[in-house]
Write a protein that binds this ligand. Sequence first.
Ligand code: DON
Length: 568
Amino acid sequence: MNFRPAIFLISGFIYLFSFPVFSAQPEINQSAVASAHPTATSAGFEILGQGGNAFDAAVAVTATLAVVEPMGSGLGGGGFWLLHRASDGFQVMLDGREKAPAAATRDMYLDKQGAVIDGLSLNGALAAAIPGLPAALVHLASKYGKLPLRQSLQPAIRAAEKGFTVYPRYQKLLKFRLAHLNEAAKKVFLTDDNNIPAIGALIIQKDLAASLRRLAIGQRDGFYKGETAEKMLKAVSSAGGIWTQSDLDNYQVVERKPVIGDYHGAQIVSAALPSSGGIVLLEILNILSGFELDALTPTERKQKIIEAMRLAYKDRAEYLGDSDFIQLDQSRLISMAHADQLRAGITNKATPSDFLSETTPPEGQDTTHFSIIDDHGNRVSATLSINYPFGSALLAEGTGIVLNDEMDDFSASPGVENSYGLIGSSANAIEAGKRPLSSMTPSFIEKDGDVLVLGTPGGSRIITMVLIAALDFLHGNGELADWLAHGRFHHQYYPDVVQFEPGAISKAEQAELSLLGYELKERQSTYGNMHAVLFKSDGDLEAASDPRWLGKAEVRKVSSEDAATIVR
Ligand code: DON
């Protein structure tokens, strides 16, 4: 593939991008949408049916997920949208990650003795960073879409007004966060007598519909100023938070160059900082590219993959943070020379993480992901989050908006684990206006003309889930549905443990890995919720949703009937 440098002027900054130039567009007669909820997938097709492109559909799917999956993402949160424009091959990552408010300080979650105060970065107003998702929707629609925002937000507004029906994962995560919900959240999400609603009960969100409408009409100012802003600020300050109007005014979406690399001739395009996803994924693949994975026994293969995960997550802990705030030689980390050096230290058994350096250092079912390819070949891979299930559990009264608790993705203190057990260095320390380091890994992987668009929620395990599915694709191990179904395993440097889904590592492999020095932890339940679409070089499209949950993946020729789809 040829690469041609191009200069783009964005928000007053000059960005030098390289993007692949396509001589001819493949003919695709269909579009594919895979998301975590059937209503969101229908919303995508509805907007495609109205003449929208993948980017308009992404607006519709993002906003609808905010309504029907309120525990996973929303207007009070953020996300990353990886875009590929078919007409010129331009690729960019929209960074709508939340930012720490100006009054945030490095030690804001520590007590007088310097110990982290339990729960402060997870529950309530102090846990919430300044949301980026609404600004990203405005940017996505105006810069890349064909339809006005007010049109692509319609399916979400309708879904909020008509209500969605309660499903098991909603019940489960609501129960998990029940003790922390504020009164406003209880009014929206629980029954009148403060119980978990039954399966099939309707959750109607009139205030959220009104907030979406203000965004649709007022664009950026419809969220960051005026009624929505005032109500959020009131809710935050009365709950002891530190947001100000100028934090909202100062929020900016950033266009970032995706992390791009190569694995045996296949191209990997993935999330840039402030997500660690792309860098860690590439580091692992670079390390693995020096092994003949297909020639190894299943145990040997897993052992090499686990060691590569350990080493890349170590770099994550030591070096990574918001690139607007830290000096980092990213090209070194994703270079083959670095991978060669790391690979050289891998033996045939476990290397305890404690031996690697002197650094002291819930389940993943919320957050959300969707993948789209439209009939022109435009692509979107987007992972969106409010972090923990139902974010900070604080719903801003009168807005229907659940505020995130993304502040927990910062390293509250060097070496102290966050809720995903991740540790970090000063690179990811809290600073005013800084974005917390993420693991979200929306990705495109191109191999021999096939293109896989994928991603998943799952906290620190996101990157290794994307890795495992990517390796299946890159090594021709089954079909799309298999790549999403295969058992998952994970190592993140610390804790020095191999976690795995029930059955993902067979008893025999477990015995072999234990002998090699690995501590193994079979999780009680599965994790992740991956949604992927696949363009085949022959022009076919496929879509798949994680069999673990209720997502909906569909490929179809968009017709005028889609334009009239009634979103239930
Ligand atoms: O940005 C991150 O890495 C996390 N806030 C993502 C959280 C997540 O995936 C929750 N679990 N499913």
